[in-house]
Design a binder for this molecule. Structure first.
Ligand code: ADP
Ligand code: MG
Length: 140
């Protein structure tokens, strides 16, 4: 499989509980490399733009509210099959359905406050990376 880059976020529910290092450790131990990382407190406009694909969903307001409630760590992860690998490490959206050993099983509080985001396909990975990072901020 090819070396890929994916976009990841450690969400406000997790930064609030001081889990940045614990979650990043899971990425690194699985072979993913953090090639870009910064801490942002996203505005309502940034959160709405990032999650625009979900704007008709009933949980959109709640999602924007939780993503603007505190700092988020935005990251680019690089590695063999990084997009799918990260989705596997994250676990299911609803932590009640997440497999043992996944980040969401270990750390998520609820389906809304589920600690991490990860891109779901090559196209979304490219879009999401470009939404938060300039090329010069990504150092592989
Ligand atoms: P994922 O983050 O696993 O890719 P989705 O793209 O379906 O999941 O949803 C984006 C985010 O919206 C989820 O991570 C979660 O924070 C929130 N969300 C999804 N479904 C619900 C729901 N039923 N109730 C509240 N929040 C939700
Ligand atoms: Mg998604």
């Amino acid at each position: 499989m090819a070396i890929e880059r994916t976009f990841s976020m450690i969400k406000p529910d997790a930064t609030k509980r001081n889990l940045t290092g614990a979650i990043t450790k899971v990425f690194e131990e699985s072979g993913l490399r953090v090639v870009a990382s910064k801490r942002v407190w996203m505005s309502k406009r940034e959160a709405e733009g990032f999650y625009a694909v979900h704007k008709e969903r009933p949980f959109f307001g709640e999602l924007v509210e939780s993503m603007t409630a505190g700092p988020t760590i935005v990251q680019v992860l690089e590695g063999e099959g990084a997009i799918l690998k990260n989705r596997e490490i994250m676990g299911a959206t609803n932590p009640a359905q997440a497999a043992e050993g996944t980040i969401r099983k270990q750390f998520a509080l609820s389906i809304g406050e589920n600690s991490v985001h990860g891109s779901d396909a090559p196209e979304t990975a490219a879009q999401e990376i470009a939404y938060w990072f300039a090329e010069t901020e990504i150092v592989g």
